[in-house]
Structure formats: C-alpha cells, structure tokens
Design a binder for this molecule. Sequence first.
Ligand code: K2U
Ligand code: NI
Length: 194
Amino acid sequence: MSKFHSQYLITMKDIVREGNLILHQATQEVRIPPSQEDKETLTCMLNFLKNSQDPVMAKKYKLRAGVGLSANQIGLNKRMFAAYLKDEKGNEHEYTLINPKIISHSISTIYLPQGEGCLSVDRKVSGFVPRYERIKVKAFNLSGEEILLKLKGYPSIVIQHEIDHLNGIMFYDRINQENPFQLPENSKSLHFTN
Ligand code: K2U
Ligand code: NI
C-alpha cells in the first residue's frame, strides 16, 4: 500500500519541487475502475487542499494554501488530480478527476492579472498565463464513471493548471519569455482572488 492512505496527512515535505523530472514529463493513465489505493490517494490529495485552506490546520502543519494538486506533485506517476476552490460567485467546487482530457475549448482566453503560483515552485515568477476561457473536460470520477465537465472562468483556470501538471507543463512554460505581460489579442483579465 502507498503511504497516501485515507488517514495520511500530506504536508509540504511530500510535495515535489520543480526540477524533479516527474513534474516535467507526462503522467501514466490510471486503470479504470480505480483501485482502492488510487481512490484513497486522491481523497488524501483533496484533504490536503481542504487543510491548506483551513487557517488552524494550515498554521499547525505549515501548509501553503492550494486550490489544486496533481498526483505527480506528490511524486506519483498517475494521471489524476484534486481541486478545491471557490468560484467568482463564491460557490465551492470539489474535483477528484482521473484521466482528464480537454475535449474542446473556447478561442477566447483569460488570465489572472496577478499571475499564477505553484505549490511546486518556491519562487515568484511574474507574467500573464493565458488560459482558455471555457473548456469541456472528459474524465472519470472516483466511482470509475465517465463524466463531462463544462468549465469557465476561475474553475477553468485551475483545472487547466492541473491538467498541465499531468502533461509535464508548468505555468511559467506559458508565459511569453520576451514580454511576460504580452497577451494574445481577445484575452480578458479575470479579476478574482480566491
Ligand atoms: O497545482 C498547484 O501547484 C496548485 C496551485 C494551483 C493554481 C495556481 C494558480 C492559478 C490556478 C491554480 C496553487 O493553488 S497556487 C496557490 C494558490 C492558492 C490559492 C489561490 C490561488 C493560488
Ligand atoms: Ni502547480
């Protein structure tokens, strides 16, 4: 059994940092239906995000706040991630997605004016990260059922950041190196703080 059983508490020491190859290569698809071990690991990852957003737990275990976590960020070569966030309207969203795939997307793009961060990157990297405004995602849930998600705005940004991780892409790979604040035309700023 992997150490990420359902009662295990992920802390920052479990999070792999940039430079480790597992973050810079595509992850392997997970067998469907997911094994008990995979289901417990994904639940453990979701619990880390909830803990990281709880002031008491975050302080007690010195957790950096996170709204998403991919399996390769905890050293597992598995195509799955968890996300836990509030959208622009303050609605809470919880995702534990296995073998996610963006099957279609808008032409229009959006970006966070404050840029992006990453639990695996211990430095500030400035610049805009253009992301699709709307995406349709096919994935499997913890029960092994195939689901279709239609996402826009902040949830769309978070899910794209996590799917990038599963493809070995870091947020700064999407920043224009010549002019980090360069934007493709028809890109809109998403004013939002989690
Ligand atoms: O994958 C990760 O490293 C988690 C990122 C996800 C993320 C970053 C920027 C934009 C969208 C998603 C962390 O959540 S970075 C820390 C953070 C915490 C709260 C709100 C935004 C970013
Ligand atoms: Ni990240």
